[in-house]
Design a protein. Structure first.
Length: 256
């Protein structure tokens, strides 16, 4: 089975993250392929809507940092891949739906929240887990989260790395739709069909206008995040955070 399942039918491009054994953590090749497929959707006459979703208990836990030596191989190129995904989602002149079937963490959370419509199953959750390994939020989350739910909640998610349940995320305005797990697939299907049957030029213009009004500094945010992460990736704290993650223990940060 492919790590990224691709299916196009009835005007909808379904992109399904399919590494359930690692909670759909994004490998470098998956991230590159995902970005390319979303970018290429612009020129596809058979695609009116793009859907991002996952298999198993997770939507995506973000970049794959598994392995004891992950800190030696995880570098700024992972940031560039994340930024490429976010730019592809927000710049696409077609609606992007994130069907969040389970936990969305790290850049998985960032990618979901960059989508135009975010449908969450009741068992899903949203987590900016970066601080747990000594990093800062990236993938544009410093802009998208604050734009959706305000500075106070954005700071809480970023600094305390506390998860929001799907219900909390919906009540806070972070996601557009919430459904019981059993009704989740049918709600996603209903919304996607409605978008696919909608007026494509009007939807494109609406998306562009709303993003311009609410995320005018997204590119600047992506660059600030890239700079900040580049510095943080050189620190002992990040090396300790990643080692602790792979060893399933609590990290001890020294501010170095």
């Amino acid at each position: 089975m492919a790590d990224l399942e691709v299916r196009a039918e009835e005007g909808v491009l379904w992109l399904t993250l399919n590494r359930p054994h690692v909670f759909n953590a994004l490998s470098a090749s998956m991230a590159d392929e995902l970005a390319s497929l979303v970018e290429d959707a612009t020129a596809r006459d058979d695609v009116r809507v793009v859907v991002l979703t996952g298999t198993g208990p997770a939507f995506s836990t973000g970049a794959d940092i598994s392995g004891a030596d992950a800190h030696e191989h995880f570098d700024v190129s992972a940031l560039d891949r994340a930024n490429r995904i976010i730019r592809a989602i927000t710049r696409l002149d077609k609606p992007v739906v994130a069907a969040v079937n389970g936990v969305a963490a790290g850049v998985g959370c960032s990618a979901a929240l960059a989508a135009d419509i975010v449908v969450a199953a009741e068992s899903a959750s949203f987590l900016l887990a970066f601080a747990r390994i000594g990093l800062m939020p990236d993938g544009g989350a410093t802009a998208t989260v604050a734009a959706s739910i305000g500075r106070a909640r954005a700071m809480r998610m970023a600094l305390l790395a506390e998860p929001l349940t799907a219900r909390e995320a919906y009540d806070a305005g972070l996601v557009t739709h919430l459904a019981p797990d059993g009704a989740f697939p049918s709600l996603v299907d209903t919304l996607v069909r409605r978008l696919a049957a909608g007026p494509p030029l009007a939807l494109a213009a609406s998306k562009k206008a709303v993003n311009a009004a609410t995320l005018p500094h997204l590119d600047a945010a992506l660059e600030r995040e890239r700079h900040g992460q580049t510095v943080l990736l050189r620190t002992s704290d990040v090396a300790e955070g990643m080692r602790a993650f792979s060893e399933k223990r609590k990290p001890v940060f020294g501010g170095e």
